[in-house]
Design a protein around this ligand. Structure first.
Ligand code: ADP
Ligand code: MG
Length: 614
């Protein structure tokens, strides 16, 4: 049989390669912008026409190319960025494959104008379908302009495959965002069909984000910053309440390169656990820096995937760092160096001078006490002995204020100015019911809301505790007789480790050594009889917790304590208690989910109800 294998002509090989590199106009945008960055440009202009289908043009003021380089740049595997295979593991440039220009030139009409700093005169080159049509000297400024016209003119199938202009424009803008976000010090401009789309001056990272996504973004950003031997993390996450149902602003950059990583995304998403509902996607702009030797970017032609040597550590660190930032934000919504923190301290604490609490301990008072049997159905909700639920919180208020009724209770969160009953269209009159000593039912204008009392209380306590642990503002109640508890030595050591956080919540330890713990003060939120259980549970949870890093410990502590302290299922609540719980719940930052991400309440509207009777 005759030999049948032949080498493909270059232009065919280029066309095939182009299929990998160039899927749509946005791919061209990405490659050209990255080349401009690699050429050390400080100002880059992107011009597109008809969503890039007619024209994609990038002009930069970077290094430019010599006459020979201009010609060579369109050869396949022609690159100035690596010389040997080892260089692949020490990449500091966006490009390195030397494929982009060759691929683009195979499937479009390309025009290049370029000049280096030192040459008097530049060069002007035109190429169509990999064939050089002309190369002439030209008077052009330093830098490079590449115009890519009529993309896929010679591959009608690909051209027909392109989506509508709005869709293709969206893709282009996405690529533009990615490069612009990664390089805030470079000025960028983008024009579409002659009009300005973006004009981004050289700036810092925060300003770049705000310039792209609008001035309202500024107050949504929570700074993230951490540096360890293997990883540096900088950037921002969006406050939990600005998470979106659809994938919103989610950006990872590794060594200034935008990457997609479901794995790292998971790390960030899990740091938001308990703060957003499971169908909400948190937003982030995270810039990771790692040693170039510890990653492999060569696994995908468009270079948006990346392989880390030490994926697990990076995952753990990323998660812990984001959690830490969110924890800080929980106590002061914006811990931002460009703003005075004093303005942001929420809650009444900002103006409060430390005062010693005036607490009269009612040793009989037990808000958790199970009510004597009243039958299963709680009508008509009367209770003789109305213990004051609010007295739990005495000491958090000013000395002389006595919280006598629900209306007097001030919310501690700045967002909440009224009660649930205004904001959620609940009928006035505030009727609430308890079902099975487990759920609180509250009628809404259009139906009803069903709240899980235990999970609701966990959420309330969790936010309160997390705040206390970090801001050290909690008040403690002095015990008449110190509580002496015995734990194993390792357990006492664990408690010693979290002593500071516990003290921040209101614990006062008068002794903590060997196998003994002596406690002379406890948080006002908690009952003396609960202390042993709570501490045991805490120690247990700490032992169980996957070794993460110190950061998430506060969060874990708050979760564990909240779970231990929250009113249980089976406890009957009187009217005031129910309403207080509801009001407190809706003063929370994230009332809808428990610290462990369970649904706290659900609503049923009258349409749902009506359906039942059809
Ligand atoms: P790669 O970026 O992988 O090296 P490209 O095909 O994108 O491959 O570019 C080939 C070469 O052309 C680059 O290595 C670079 O030397 C040169 N080049 C491309 N664009 C520019 C530009 N805007 N300014 C200066 N040189 C450029
Ligand atoms: Mg390139």
């Amino acid at each position: 049989m005759a030999d049948i294998i032949q080498l493909l002509p270059d232009h065919v090989a280029n066309q095939i390669a182009a299929g990998e590199v160039v899927q749509r106009p946005a791919s061209v945008v990405k490659e050209l912008l990255e080349n401009a960055i690699d050429a050390k440009a400080t100002s880059i202009t992107l011009v597109i026409k008809d969503a890039g289908k007619t024209l994609v043009q990038v002009t930069d003021n970077g290094s430019g190319m010599s006459v020979t380089d201009a010609r060579l740049s369109f050869e396949r595997h022609a690159t100035s960025k690596i010389k040997s295979a080892e260089d692949l593991f020490n990449l500091h440039t966006k490009g390195f494959r030397g494929e982009a220009l060759a691929s683009i030139a195979a499937i479009a009409h390309v025009e290049l104008k370029t000049k280096t700093e030192n040459s008097e005169i530049g060069t002007h080159l035109t190429i169509e379908g990999s064939k050089v049509i002309s190369q002439d000297p030209a008077v052009v400024p330093k830098g490079t302009t590449i115009s890519v016209k009529n993309l896929f003119y010679n591959i009608p199938a690909r051209r027909n495959f392109l989506k509508s202009n709005p869709v293709e424009t969206r893709h282009i803008i996405d690529e533009f965002h990615r490069v612009a976000l990664a390089h805030p010090s470079v000025a960028f401009q983008m024009l579409h069909n002659g009009s300005d789309v973006f004009n981004l001056p050289s700036s810092n990272s925060r300003q770049r984000i705000v310039n792209i996504f609008g001035s309202k973004t500024n107050e949504k950003l929570v700074p993230v910053s951490e540096e360890t031997e293997i990883l540096k993390i900088e950037g921002f996450v969006l406050k939990p309440e600005f998470g979106k149902k659809s994938r919103g602003e989610q950006f990872f950059f590794v060594n200034d390169r935008f990457i997609k990583s479901p794995y790292l995304h998971h790390a960030v998403a899990s740091a938001f656990e308990g703060l957003v509902k499971s169908d909400i996607h948190p937003g982030y702009f995270l810039f990771l820096e790692v040693d170039t030797h510890s990653i492999d970017i060569n696994i995908h032609p468009t270079k948006t995937e990346i392989k880390f040597d030490d994926e697990h550590s990076i995952y753990a660190m990323l998660r812990a760092t984001v959690k830490h930032s969110l924890g800080q934000f929980n106590i002061a919504p914006v811990l931002d160096f460009e703003r005075d923190k004093g303005f942001d301290t929420p809650y009444e604490y900002s103006k409060k001078q430390p005062t010693s609490p005036s607490i009269e301990v009612d040793s009989d008072f037990n808000p958790f006490k199970e009510k004597s049997k009243q039958g299963n159905i709680n009508f008509p909700f009367k209770r003789e002995n109305t213990t004051s639920w609010e007295s739990l919180y005495v000491g958090l208020k000013d000395e002389n204020t006595v919280v006598s009724n629900i209306g007097d209770i001030e919310f501690e969160s700045e967002e909440v100015t009224g009660s649930l009953f205004e904001s959620n269209d609940v009928e006035t009159g505030q009727v609430t019911f308890q079902l099975q000593n487990k759920y609180i039912i509250s009628p809404l204008k259009n139906g009803m809301m069903i709240i899980h009392q235990n999970l609701a209380h966990q959420r309330i306590l969790y936010e309160e505790l997390l705040k206390n642990i970090t801001v050290k503002e909690a008040v403690s109640q002095q015990l008449l007789f110190p509580l002496r508890l015995h734990f194993s030595k390792p357990d006492v050591e664990i408690i010693e480790k979290i002593r500071e956080q516990l003290e921040n919540t209101g614990f006062v330890f008068s002794e903590l050594k060997d196998e003994t713990i002596e406690i002379s003060g406890i948080p006002v939120l908690i009952l003396e009889s609960h202390v042993v259980n709570l501490l045991s549970q805490l120690v247990h949870d700490i032992k169980e917790e996957v070794p993460d890093s110190g950061f998430s410990q506060n969060d874990m502590l708050a979760k564990s304590m909240a779970a231990g302290m929250a009113i249980r299922t089976g406890v009957s609540l009187n009217k005031e208690e129910r309403e207080h719980l509801i009001n407190q719940l809706f003063a929370c930052k994230e009332p809808s989910v428990s610290p462990n991400n369970k649904l706290v309440f659900t609503t049923m509207d009258s349409i749902d109800l009506d359906k039942k009777f059809m």
